[in-house]
Write a protein that binds this ligand. Structure first.
Ligand SMILES: [Ca+2]
Ligand SMILES: [Ca+2]
Ligand SMILES: [Ca+2]
Ligand SMILES: [Ca+2]
Length: 369
């Protein structure tokens, strides 16, 4: 989605192509007047087979919605018979999905049978086959329920991880990206977890997405308050945490922790086959640990302080890392390390550890990948 020059007005949908995942992206091409209009076309999600493109027409900067909707912003779909064909004229998903309220940020699951979207809370509609109509949407019910806005849902390829943004309290400011997990697709969603200060900032951190292999996370971030400033797409690598007991080395002790939780849904040890696991501790997790056997990690000193320690001092040796976690909100935290040259000054870690790289210009992908 972009409002770059050369479009048809409002936000438009553009596409970049590359010959293979190793090649760089070609120029952004507007999808043309069959799909794009002078109204808003944004918040896109393309199906895994590449034949359905869902989008919304709710503009965050005040552009009009498309004519023929149900009011407030709706979700639309355009289809094509083959990947080489042109996209057809978009169709409104109709009154089962759309209402006079806002419906926006559609995200189609990898199997094409679940459609996640936001209407303040995150909802999901399902269908038995790709040829069926969508059923009545239900609230996904991620605890804790809040009255704040949740948007940009992104469902992982295995259906176990749901990313979204929210302006709920307890974050880093503006919109932050959160995730929720469930052991299997039949289970209820676990609590919302803030992705922390390596990803989230005081500005808008939005449009999360995960590669199909679960190893690359991408998202969008601006550099000013509100829906202003420059929005850029970032990507980062997700690495499994393999030093399970935090003693600085991956060894037999960590293997034993895996064995102790064999067959359980135990998130700490669930690091395979993708870094976010698969809901069960088994041989796949042991294989990931084996790949990192005898790798060393810097020791982590854990220091607990509470209100009674107000004004107290914590002494750190050079190279020790102090992890500060708010007990009232364990999903927030900061990591500090003593500065090399100034022994009295703590340096905040974060940027240095966060392997972010700006994707090559021009960014056009919103939710979906
Ligand atoms: Ca437009
Ligand atoms: Ca609507
Ligand atoms: Ca933020
Ligand atoms: Ca596993």
């Amino acid at each position: 989605m972009s409002f770059r020059p050369g479009g048809y007005g409002g936000e438009d949908i553009w596409v970049c192509r590359r010959q293979s995942p190793e090649d760089s992206w070609g120029p952004a091409v507007n999808l043309g007047p069959k799909v794009n209009t002078s109204a808003c076309e944004s918040g896109i999600s393309i199906s895994a087979d590449g034949l359905e493109l869902y989008f919304g027409d709710k503009s965050v900067i005040g552009n009009p919605t498309r004519p023929g909707g149900h009011g407030g912003g709706d979700i639309w779909v355009t289809q094509r018979a083959n990947r080489d064909d042109e996209w057809a004229v978009p169709v409104n998903l109709g009154p089962t999905i759309n209402s006079s309220s806002i419906e926006t940020y559609a995200n189609i699951s990898a199997d094409g049978l679940s459609l996640y979207f936001s209407s303040g809370d995150i909802f999901v509609a399902t269908r038995a086959t790709k040829d069926d109509d969508w059923g009545t949407p239900v609230n996904v019910g991620i605890p804790p329920n809040t009255s704040s806005w949740e948007g940009f849902p992104y469902i992982s390829a295995d259906g176990r991880v749901l990313f979204f943004y929210s302006n709920r309290s307890g974050g880093y400011g503006g919109m932050d990206i959160y995730m929720s997990m469930r052991p299997t697709v039949s289970d209820a969603w676990g609590p919302a977890v803030n992705l922390g200060p390596k990803i989230n900032t005081q500005y808008y951190d939005i449009a999360p997405g995960l590669s199909a292999d679960g190893c690359t996370f991408h998202f969008t971030q601006n550099d000013a308050t509100g829906w202003s400033g420059n929005f850029k797409i970032y990507r980062t690598t997700i690495s499994p945490v393999v030093d399970l007991n935090g003693d600085g080395i991956v060894d037999a002790t960590d293997m034993c922790i895996v064995v102790d939780h064999w067959g359980e849904n135990y998130t700490l040890c669930d690091v395979g086959p993708t870094p976010l696991g698969d809901g069960v501790v088994d041989v796949q997790d042991l294989i990931v640990l084996a790949e990192h056997l005898f790798e060393e990690f810097p020791p982590v000193e854990s220091v607990e302080v509470d209100e009674d320690d107000d004004g107290g001092q914590v002494e750190l040796e050079l190279g020790q890392i102090l992890v500060v976690t708010l007990e009232s909100n364990p999903s927030t935290g900061y990591r500090w390390e003593q500065a090399e040259n100034q022994e009295s000054i703590l340096e905040q870690l974060g940027e240095a550890e966060f392997k972010s790289s700006e994707t090559s210009d021009p960014p056009t992908v919103g939710a979906g990948s």
